[in-house]
Design a protein around this ligand. Sequence first.
Ligand code: HEM
Length: 490
Amino acid sequence: MQYAEFHSGFIWTSLTTAILGGFAFGAYLAVVIGYGLPAGQGFYALIQTHGHLQLVGWAGVFIMGISLHFIPRLASFPLPHPERMSRILWLMIPGLLLRAVGGTVLASLEDSPIFVPLSWLVGASGLLEGGAIVLYVSLLMETVRGSHAVRRLPALSAVKPYFGMMAVGWVLYACLNLFLLLHMALNSTSTVDPAWNEFAVQIFVSLVLLPVAFALSVRLFPLYLALPAPDWPVHGTAYVYLLAILLQVVPTAPPLAGLAPEAIRSVVALGTLLKGGVILWFVWQLDLLTRRRPLGRQARFLEPGPDRPPTRPGLPDYGEFGRFERLVYAAYTWLALAAFGELLGGAAILLGYSIPIATDAIRHMYLLGFITHLVFGASVRMLPGFMRRKRVASAALVDATFWLGSAAAVCRVVPLLSPSWLFDLLPASGVLAQTSFAISGLLGWGAVLCLAMNLRQTADAPMKQLSGHHWTTPIGHPRSGQRPEGGGLS
Ligand code: HEM
């Protein structure tokens, strides 16, 4: 059996959803909230639609595309039914479209005769997306099961619990999403139940997005960033993380949340503390920000030889992917900040205090700061190779993505963390905070647009032009010579 070619449809779907849906809606929400404009009917429905499109359409579909290419190679077993990849998209795209349109217009049609049929169409979006998710998870499971060599593949077994969490998280989220949408249609409302929606969002972030980001980081960054190969208990860390998530998330399920509120608050705080701690431990062990340990086997790529010109300082590439590492460092800085915030928040509650860190700030540190920057960095570094190109089209656009993305995350999160006494002391800082919150969405939207343009140009570049023996680095000078072997999975 042959390994299937990379299916770039996932990436274009993810980028289109982000540009036309998730980030565009976020930009509107941020302007309205930032400047305190009248929110209007259906504003909360728009928040829910933004959240769903960003989680599933932007981050989720991107992860689907990468994992369907990456996991079979990690498991040394090709996808048994590669034709199913297109079917996943045939279900997912109309599902996302129905949700985007329905979620936006439903609230303004409450008195119209088309409200009921439209709300059932939004319900159908849950069915379509659920179908896509089940197809995706089953395809991955068949691949991993089919790999007779799984036990002999330490590279896969170390990260299997993370992929296991991801599979469970996808299915749980798909079921919750479907039931919530059907419940919404039955009750003729334009928003889904807020408490259950919050629970579903937590499940998706904690069980799908974070674990898969950790697994990909452990497997890819030693290669792409010349980090030491992991010699720490990657497997065990996943179980501690899972325990933390069970403590933090399960008690917030609406049927449990009302029982023994004090005890539940303490359990959730303990889970939050443990989650923050285990993520900080993970970041420390990954050594990406700290660089404490000697370099791994990739270090040999850093040494110039007769047929090997010097690579970029400390990195195993010649700059043909732009300064992609800055996106990854930004991602991990946001992750460490979010985890530290959770650690502090959890510890404070257990000690009887309360630290006013907004849940929304922590959420966007994880989602916009960490996950989105990781998607940016991984796209720029991996996708040219997946698309059989040797470099990204424009290093300047990589820089633009970095600056716009970082500005978006700072503007989205910092105003929420600023203490109220600062606004009393310096009234101008209030205006600054409002304005930066308001423009954060536009900045984020710009970052994704730059990434999309860059990837489109990369895909459109003729293959032969980019795969010649002599090639020009986007950073620095023309070089000739071989590409370092660090490109691994491309
Ligand atoms: C600069 C970009 C972004 C802006 C301006 C933005 C803006 C917002 C706003 C204003 C809210 C409502 C907050 C509230 O209820 O007080 C929100 C909620 C949310 N956002 Fe974002 N966001 C951005 C990026 C993202 C990204 C990248 C993701 C995920 C990958 C995301 C996922 C969510 C989720 C899950 C919610 C909660 C939705 C719900 O309550 O159902 N956002 N966002």
